[in-house]
Design a protein around this ligand. Structure first.
Ligand SMILES: [Zn+2]
Length: 163
């Protein structure tokens, strides 16, 4: 399943963060599901949203509902890493780090499945959460998060909406 939803955090509103944002949650539960399937799904998402040839990586992390858990980064689609260690070619999109964090993911903690009445001897799963606003920022070149939360119709009408 994939479900969009509103997420609340204690972040301050700045150019790249907002305390209220939207996230796309993905969850797969079936027999024989592994983290390798999760990698494949993330790679397919990145290719579908940003084009082919971009690498992804997982960094070990902690989330209460998945174990193991990982932060998901994708290769910067603007500089593709060429700005790293090259002060003469800075990249605003990735802050010259070569990677962009796009969300979190992991193998569903068996305790979560047990609580849902799922037989963990037979079934396993993975889940991800990807920020819709961050994806929009990167996919459509939105430079400031303020544009997405301040309700200016000049901004939203550029995306075919007037909200
Ligand atoms: Zn970059």
């Amino acid at each position: 399943m994939v479900a969009p939803g509103t997420t609340f955090r204690t972040d301050e509103l700045d150019a790249t963060h907002t305390p209220v944002f939207h996230q796309l949650e993905g969850l797969v539960v079936d027999e024989g599901i592994t983290m390798a399937h999760l990698r494949g799904a993330i790679d397919a998402f990145v290719e579908g949203m940003f084009g082919s040839g971009l690498r992804t990586r997982f960094r070990a992390s902690y989330f209460p509902f998945t174990e193991p858990s990982a932060e998901v980064d994708m290769e910067c689609f603007v500089c593709r890493g060429a700005s790293v260690g090259a002060p003469d070619r800075p990249c605003r999109t990735c802050s010259s780090e070569g990677w962009i964090e796009i969300g979190g993911c992991g193998v569903v903690n068996p305790r979560v499945l047990t609580a849902a009445g799922v037989d963990t001897g037979r079934y396993s799963g993975w889940a991800f959460g990807l920020g819709i606003e961050r994806t929009l920022m990167f996919a459509d070149g939105v430079e400031d998060m303020h544009d997405m939360v301040e309700g200016d119709v000049r901004f939203t009408s550029a995306f075919g909406m007037e909200i």
